[in-house]
Write a new protein. Structure first.
Ligand code: PLP
Length: 397
């Protein structure tokens, strides 16, 4: 009785989501995450939609490090960090991350969603300003909502708009510019050189979310700060262990010492949520150390991405300019992007079509994500499938 009205309400809302074609289903995978995966129905498909950019999700060295940590450090911490949830492994991972990004200190979280959720409120008050790119990740938007600072939004990567907002924000005490390093739908990189110059001109700090860029962007995968020669310069970087660096779980904020010190005192997801398990910390240390020791995976990812983009452009596809490993194959039509993704799956290529409201109206696309786990034959098979289906659907001539 108590539930009936609410149940009806939810049923009709769910029906609306389905009718709008927005209902999300989960596809069951029965193998580890990698380039060639098996789905529950038994067929093998090539995976071009994961964030496993460096192919570390099933890396034997990470798995070994995780197994060893289970033996030496146990399974779980049963505590938050500041009570009894900090092991040597947590401190070592924080130091390893700081070294990788050339920053002063690092604080771990259970996810980057938590890192962003717990970032702003501890640092800024209603006297201050947050100036945020409109295409920033949901976790940034939520984190900013939890903070009392005055909010300004600027159009995606639009430096004129950012400058206008910075001028307005001179009224406030401190200003923080907030941007994703790579925007996940287009694969474009934030123009950090220009953002940094404006930050200097208008006395603002910079926060960068490197979730899709760390491990990917820059010659050695240090991310957007490496690409623009600004390593160690921005005040705050957030990132995830859930994409390039093994893909399990975990996030971090890295940057200026006093900022990290304050987050350890006041950041709620750090104070009130559990420590990451030791096996995750150990595998994370391994991932960052491997990527510092040699550049093979980063090089392979960059080669794979340029190979894929140039072949696709040659075939006549409209690819958004990208400096990451996200390649948006533009189709502009929502229905077409759905049909094309389905047909590609029939060809053994797993990609996702995106349309409104995830991307603007009339900008539907298929997003392809390239990985160092892809071999040349995987890329060729994907390109061939795109050409075959593209011709069938008259996307290319
Ligand atoms: C994926 C992503 C996150 C969330 O990371 P999790 O560790 O999975 O919570 C946050 N910000 C950006 C920009 C992301 O792409």
């Amino acid at each position: 009785m108590r539930y009936q009205d609410f149940q009806k309400h939810l049923q009709s809302e769910l029906e609306e989501i389905k009718n709008a074609g927005l209902f999300k289903e989960e596809r069951i995978i029965t193998t580890p995450q990698r380039a060639a995966i098996k789905v529950k129905t038994g067929e093998e498909v090539l995976n071009f939609c994961s964030n496993n950019y460096l192919g570390l999700s099933d890396n034997p060295k990470l798995i070994e490090a995780a197994k060893n940590a289970l033996d030496t450090h146990g399974f779980g911490m049963s505590s938050v960090r500041f009570i009894c949830g900090t092991q040597d492994l947590h401190k070592k991972l924080e130091q390893t991350i700081s070294k990788f990004f050339g920053t002063e200190d690092t604080i771990l979280y259970a996810s980057c969603f938590d890192a962003n959720g717990g970032l702003f409120d501890p640092l800024l008050t209603d006297e201050d300003a947050i100036i945020s790119d409109t295409l920033n990740h949901a976790s940034i938007i939520d984190g900013v909502r939890l903070c009392k600072a005055v909010r300004y939004r600027y159009a995606n990567a639009d430096m004129n708009d950012l400058e206008a907002k910075l001028k307005e924000a001179q009224k406030q005490r401190f200003r923080l510019i907030v941007t994703d390093g790579v925007f996940s739908m287009d694969g474009n990189v934030a123009p950090l050189d220009k953002i940094y110059a404006l930050a200097e001109k208008y006395n603002a700090m910079v926060m960068l979310d490197e979730s899709h860029s760390a491990g990917v962007v820059g010659k050695s995968g240090r991310g957007t700060t490496e690409l623009f020669n600004l390593l160690g310069k921005v005040e705050i970087i957030t990132g995830t262990l859930g994409k390039s660096f093994g893909g399990a779980i975990g996030g971090f904020t890295t940057g200026k010492k006093e900022i990290i010190d304050m987050l350890r005192q006041r950041s709620r997801p750090y104070l009130f949520s559990n420590s990451i398990p030791p096996l995750i910390a150990a595998a994370g240390i391994k991932a960052f150390t491997m990527l510092s020791d040699d550049n093979n995976l980063q090089d392979k990812l960059h080669e794979n991405t340029s190979y894929f983009v140039s072949k696709m452009q040659k075939a006549g596809f409209d690819i958004k300019p990208t400096e990451s490993s996200i390649c948006a194959v533009m189709l502009y039509d929502a229905k077409l992007s759905q049909v094309m993704a389905d047909k590609l799956l029939d060809e053994g290529i797993y990609v996702i079509g995106f349309s409104f409201p995830v991307v603007p109206k009339g900008e539907a696309r298929i997003r392809v994500q390239i990985s160092a786990a892809h071999e040349r034959e995987h890329l060729d098979k994907c390109i061939q499938a795109f050409i075959k289906v593209g011709k069938e659907l008259k996307v290319i001539g």
